[in-house]
Structures are given as structure tokens and as C-alpha cells.
Design a protein around this ligand. Structure first.
Ligand SMILES: *Cc1c(COP(=O)(O)O)cnc(C)c1O
Length: 509
């Protein structure tokens, strides 16, 4: 069915003495290696010795094993894998952006500073928050920056406080971030509808009582530094009582962090600054269409209210003004502002992942504000279309309205001994990248699907038809699902060992 060669490691193909090209003989004395012995690499045999055509074929074959957004729908929930318009790449590649030195004086890089400033203005408008830094290089880096702002704020008022509240529907990076910033994490339970519980919740299985938001706020009071709330949360549900949550937290002087990685469901429709958020991050590599996967690079700008602005990382780009009569009028002139005595410092070299920022601004400008809003609405319609087509064939553990993603459970298939992993692996046989699986943890056997606005009805239907065929197959031929994938170059891997004991270095075998 597929024309695919077996592809060994290039090291295993190596033939001593083989070359891709011939270099002329050295006509200068060979330099002595003056590096201190302890800094020299040891236990390293050699680079693979291959011909040029072998190198080209090796990497081309490997690239064909891959699946990307340019192949088809990439339904990973929580990841917002949308199309990356080629215009973004073209603009980011302009020599004025790629060739300027990060330490060039302000006067020589006015265009770059204006780019940064303009993106800041867009993000302020989108979030409804007046402060912004573009430095953090990913979502999790934005979270840490945001929580450090909260910490700096409390320290400036006398004490850093002890606790951060995080709903069990939050993203896994949230508790990791809070712990890294020196906070104790206290979990907030969710209701069956997927939103934060205000009142105590009794677990139907073990009868244990979990304290709701009201109890925790009254018991912990001023020990609470803040809450980190993913919104829409990881079950794709909008926290419709967000303003009440914020008001309650603010009543004890705590601040509200919103994980805005799911802003693809809100841009142009709802502004976090309007429902009580003090600080948040956006994932430009999700919402603003810049490429991601494989570890980056990304950009996780942080936006904040006036209360946190003094603590923002340095430097901040500001626009100069000129006095006209009684007032100040903005000039077409920009500069770095380093004079911020209360700043938490720098969180990235220079000004973050600049190329990603250029792509994000290109995305905003090419869509316009009406286009950004339309993208949001279409992303929501697409997720709900999938939900409507698959409902019944797959169980919906949480039945609240979906925003940009929908989470199914494998409980209907489990009756036939078919589980989420089998469904995901079968999708590979049909040529699809599987959705996010077994996350969020509060949904048993979760299949979390986020189509984004990039997909048209034809692509969505083809994906849904495949999912429905797999649901049928679960009833009639469970064994076929247990065997999947049968067409992939590798079948089921030992993912636990791969993650826990990765082999990162080739050794002569
Ligand atoms: C992706 C994501 C993050 C982490 O973002 P990175 O850029 O991968 O660090 C955090 N929270 C949510 C809800 C996300 O979807």
C-alpha cells in the first residue's frame, strides 16, 4: 500500500572512508587542539561516513514517515494545530527582520521595534489587559513569568503568600509552574458539567468530600496568592462563572492567572481583562498560527493588568510622545525602556523568539480584527460539527457545550474490550494523526479532538467517517483494533521505556 523503505540509522549505514565530496589537501599546518582535556568530547567515534545521495535519501525517507499540518487534519486537542499561512514565512524571512543585530542601537532598528510595539497593541486589544511582555518563549515559560509577576506583587505588599489554587481541569503545566515558582498547589474540584465547583463536592465513587472554591477561600484566605485557571478548560468548556471566581479571589487579595493557550476559542469574542483576569499568557504558536511541535520555537507572551505592570520583564518597547499644547501625541519613534526598578528581570535573551513574533503579527494583520473573530467562530463550529457527528458512536463524558475542542470517552467501545489507544492506533492505518489521548485525566479514556478553523467540511467529514468506521469495527472485529497499526513502519512501541529510558546516543553495536 505504501512505498516505504526500511530506514536504518545513518550511523549504521556508515562505511569507513566513504565521502560526499573531496576536499583539497591541507596546504597550511594542522592546528593543534588547545582545548582543555576535560572539555573535549569523549566516547564519540565519528560522524557517519556516507555519500551525498545517501544523506539526501536518508532524510527524505525519514520525512515521509512524518505527519504534519500540511498532510491533513491534525486533531490534537489542546494543541491548536492550525495551518501556518506561507505569507507568515515570507514576511518573517525579510532581510530587515532576519539580518538585524539584536544589539543594534534603537535608531537603526526602528522597524523591528515598531513590529514589536504593534504586536503588543494587538495583544492588549485581544486580551483587554494593558501590560504585555513578548519575551517568554512558550506557554509554560509564560506561565512561570506570570506567576513570578504575582509573586513579585505580593512580595511588594509584604509577603509572597503560600498557596495557588488550580482546578483539576487545568493543563498539566499549571501545577508544575506554581510549584516551580515556590507555591503549594491546592486542587479545585470540577462539577459534572466540567466547570469549577463553588461548593464542596462528594465523590460518587469513594464518598470523599472535596472542598470547593468557597470553602477553600474562606479557610485559606490571605494564604492564597492566586489561582491558575485554564479557560476554556481542558475539557473544552468555558468557565461561565469566571467573573464570580475572580471576584471571590480578589476579595481576599488573591490574583487570577488565566492559562490562555486556548485563546483560539475567545479571540474577538471575549476579553479576559473584562472578566477579572489579572495576568495571562497566550500561545502565539497555537492561536496565531506560527509553526510548533517538536519542541518549538514558540512564543508565550504575558499580558497583565495595571497592578502587575511595574514587575514586567525588562526591557519593554515604548513609543515616544511629543508635547503638543497641553497634551502628549505619539511619535513615529520607538525605544527600549530599561528603567523598571521593580521588574522581575529578563526571562529570555534579547526579546524572545523574534521570528515567531513577526509571524504572529503577520497573521493578525492579514486577518484583520474581523478575520480573527471569524477564525474563532469557525474553530468553534468545526469542533461542534465533529461533536454532533460522533455523538452516539462515542460517549460524551461531559455534556456541556463545547468551544474549540470536544472530548469523548471510550466507555462505549470498552464494552467490546476496545480502548482509546486501539482507536488512536487504528486512525494511523487510515492515514490520520490521532487526537490527544488519555488527557484530560478527569475524563476516562479521553479522546480530545481539536480540528481548528483550518479544516473545511470535506476534511471534517472524511475524519468523522473514519472515526465512525472505527466505532463499527470495535463492535464487529475488536481484534483488528488490537493489532493496529498494521500499515505503519513501526507498530506499537514501548512508549513508557522510550520516555523513561531514552537512548539519545548511538553506540557502536
Ligand atoms: C499547550 C498548552 C500549554 C503549554 O504551552 P507550551 O507552549 O507547550 O509550553 C499550557 N496550557 C495549555 C492549556 C496548553 O494547551
Amino acid at each position: 500500500m505504501f512505498l516505504r523503505q526500511r530506514e536504518p540509522l545513518s550511523f549504521d549505514r556508515s562505511v569507513s572512508g566513504k565521502r560526499g565530496m573531496d576536499l583539497p589537501k591541507l596546504d597550511v599546518p594542522e592546528a593543534k587542539d588547545t582545548r582543555p582535556a576535560h572539555l573535549r568530547r569523549s566516547g564519540f567515534d565519528a560522524l557517519p561516513e556516507l555519500s551525498e545521495v545517501e544523506v539526501i535519501r536518508h532524510f527524505t525517507r525519514l520525512s515521509k514517515w512524518n505527519y504534519g499540518v500540511d498532510d491533513g487534519i491534525y486533531p490534537l486537542g489542546s494543541c491548536t494545530m492550525k495551518h501556518n499561512p506561507r505569507l507568515n514565512e515570507k514576511v518573517a524571512g525579510l532581510p530587515g527582520f532576519t539580518d538585524s543585530h539584536p544589539m543594534a542601537p534603537d535608531a537603526l532598528v526602528q522597524g523591528n521595534l515598531e513590529m514589536i510595539y504593534t504586536l503588543q497593541e494587538w495583544l492588549k486589544e485581544i486580551t483587554g489587559l494593558p501590560g504585555v511582555t513578548l519575551q517568554p518563549s512558550a506557554g509554560a515559560a509564560g506561565e512561570l513569568t506570570g506567576v513570578m509577576l504575582i509573586r513579585a506583587y505580593h512580595v511588594s505588599k509584604g509577603a509572597k503568600r503560600r498557596v495557588i489554587l488550580i482546578p483539576d481541569s487545568g493543563h498539566g503545566t499549571n501545577p508544575a509552574t506554581a510549584a516551580m515558582a515556590g507555591y503549594e498547589v491546592v486542587e479545585l474540584p470540577s462539577l459534572p458539567d466540567g466547570t469549577i465547583a463553588f461548593d464542596d463536592v462528594t465523590d460518587p465513587v469513594n464518598g470523599k468530600v472535596r472542598k470547593g472554591l468557597r470553602t477553600l477561600v474562606s479557610e485559606l484566605g490571605t494564604e492564597i496568592a492566586g489561582a491558575m485557571i485554564t479557560n476554556p478548560n481542558t475539557v473544552g468548556v468555558f468557565e461561565y462563572r469566571f467573573k464570580e471566581v475572580s471576584d471571590l479571589l480578589h476579595s481576599v487579595g488573591a490574583l487570577v492567572y488565566m492559562d490562555g493557550a486556548n485563546m483560539n476559542a475567545l479571540v474577538g469574542v471575549a476579553r479576559p481583562g473584562d472578566f477579572g483576569v489579572d495576568v495571562m499568557h497566550l500561545n502565539l504558536h497555537k492561536t496565531m498560527s506560527t509553526p510548533h511541535g517538536g519542541g518549538g520555537p514558540g512564543a508565550g507572551p504575558v499580558c497583565c493588568g495595571e497592578n502587575l505592570m511595574p514587575f514586567l520583564p525588562v526591557p519593554v518597547v515604548v513609543r515616544d510622545t511629543v508635547k503638543v499644547g497641553e497634551g502628549e501625541v505619539p511619535r513615529h519613534s520607538y525605544r527600549w525602556d530599561w528603567k523598571r526598578p521593580q521588574s522581575i528581570g529578563k526571562v529570555h535573551t534579547f526579546y524572545g523568539n523574534f521570528g515567531i513574533l513577526v509571524r504572529a503579527l503577520t497573521y493578525c494583520l492579514s486577518h484583520g480584527s474581523d478575520g480573527l473573530k471569524e477564525a474563532t467562530l469557525r474553530a468553534i463550529v468545526n469542533a461542534n460539527y465533529i461533536r454532533a457527528r460522533l455523538k452516539g458512536a462515542y460517549a460524551l463524558h461531559i455534556d456541556s457545550p463545547s468551544l474549540h475542542e470536544v472530548v469523548f470517552s471510550d466507555t462505549l467501545q470498552a464494552k467490546h474490550d476496545v480502548h482509546t489507544l486501539d482507536i488512536a492506533k487504528r486512525l494511523i492505518d487510515h492515514g490520520y494523526h490521532p487526537p490527544t489521548i488519555y488527557f484530560p485525566l478527569i475524563v476516562p479514556g479521553a479522546l480530545m479532538i481539536e480540528p481548528t478553523e483550518s479544516e473545511d467540511k470535506g476534511e471534517l467529514d472524511a475524519f468523522c467517517d473514519t472515526m465512525l468506521a472505527i466505532a463499527k469495527e470495535a463492535e464487529t472485529d475488536a481484534e483488528a483494533l488490537h493489532q493496529a497499526p498494521t500499515l505503519a513502519p513501526l507498530r506499537r512501541m514501548d512508549e513508557t521505556t522510550a520516555a523513561r529510558k531514552p537512548v539519545l546516543r548511538w553506540a557502536k553495536g
